[in-house]
Design a binder for this molecule. Structure first.
Ligand code: KDG
Length: 339
């Protein structure tokens, strides 16, 4: 046997031996600590989903990876946490895709009014090729998108009047997420749209710095907006996703086994969070009525006028996210609607 072959065989044997011994998890005595931030409170659907994620990471890693949860915006609003992940000062977060458009413009696709007719369409597109493509765009910017969660279909609350027709939006000072599509959408409807982090919203409503806001029922309930909002109008004007993300600086330092733990835990938490959000959302409207909110549903005609009026901004969204991505999304939705 030539010496080259012998040397190669020995080198291969040594490499195999060491890789078999290579630690799947950090071998420090201390477990790997992961700071995970989110904006709603512990009792919210976002808080419950985060707890499932943390418990699953602990279970799958045998205690070698510990997720420390920081809820209620204690690590700052979404935009601040995103910056902390980019810098590697924080390992993970879950937050709105809408607040990510400053980092990855393609996330703006999910802000399209009336994009999805139901949660089945949302799950299929978000977890399908388009959702994966947009998630992958985060990596080049220093973030790793793991899974989408459900924030839900958004509805309008305010203190001035019951909104029963388009003209009722006129003059309402409406808080919106820090995102141009939301700003444009509500300006188009005639409201005075004011971008603001979620963490400042309750006090802005309480002090009447703003008249209203829009969020899914679960958030209106868990953040106690019913205490400072009189009217709730069922509009379902847009489906909002959340996204579970990691800092790429943190992610790139993980072993393959550690990445698998986080991914598997994220997938399990997604299933839990979507079901929990839907189960709780089905009850939340009745609970909000019980808390004294005056609830009305836009008539089909008025909802149609709102949809038509907002359709005008789709062209700018398509230009922002890219016509190909827009067309691919519309084609996916057309396929789903044929079934
Ligand atoms: O951290 C809060 C965010 O997750 C945000 O999405 C909540 O929908 C929200 C809003 O209106 O800011």
């Amino acid at each position: 046997m030539t010496s080259l072959i012998r040397r190669t065989l020995i080198a291969t044997a040594v490499a195999l031996a060491t890789s078999a011994l290579a630690p799947a998890f950090a071998q420090d005595i201390k477990p790997r600590l992961i700071r995970f931030g989110y904006g709603l409170n512990e009792q919210s659907n976002q808080g419950r989903g985060s707890k499932v994620f943390a418990d699953e990471v602990d279970r799958l890693s045998g205690g070698k990876m510990k997720v420390r949860l920081f809820g209620a915006g204690s690590l700052g609003p979404d935009v601040q946490m995103q910056q902390a992940l980019l810098g590697g000062a924080q390992e993970m977060m879950v937050g709105s895709t809408a607040t990510l458009v400053g980092i990855t413009k393609e996330m703006g696709l999910w802000d399209t009014p009336f994009l999805f007719n139901n949660t089945q369409e949302a799950d299929a597109v978000l977890d399908g090729p388009v959702g994966e493509k947009i998630k992958a765009k985060l990596e080049e910017k220093g973030l790793v998108g793991l899974v989408y969660w459900e924030n839900g279909f958004r509805n309008l609350t305010n203190n001035k009047r019951a909104v029963t027709k388009l003209e009722d939006f006129d003059g309402i000072k409406l808080r919106v997420m820090q995102n141009t599509v939301f700003l444009d959408s509500f300006k188009t409807l005639g409201a005075n749209a004011i971008p603001m982090p979620f963490s400042e919203l309750f006090s802005a409503l309480e002090t009447k710095a703003v008249d209203g806001q829009e969020n899914p029922y679960n958030t209106i309930l868990s953040s106690k907006f019913y205490e400072v909002q009189k009217y709730l109008t069922v509009t379902n004007h847009v489906y909002s996703p959340w996204i579970v993300m990691a800092s790429k600086k943190f992610w790139d330092g993980l072993s393959a086994a550690e990445k698998k733990v986080l991914m598997d835990a994220a997938v399990k938490s997604r299933a839990f969070e979507r079901k929990d959000t839907r189960d709780e959302g089905a009850k939340a409207l009745a609970e909000l009525k019980g808390k004294g909110m005056q609830i009305n549903e836009l008539s089909v005609a008025e909802a149609g006028r709102m949809r038509d009026k907002l359709g005008a901004i789709n062209t700018s969204i398509a230009a922002n996210v890219g016509q190909d991505l827009w067309n691919e999304t519309q084609a996916e939705l057309a396929k789903l609607r044929k079934k």
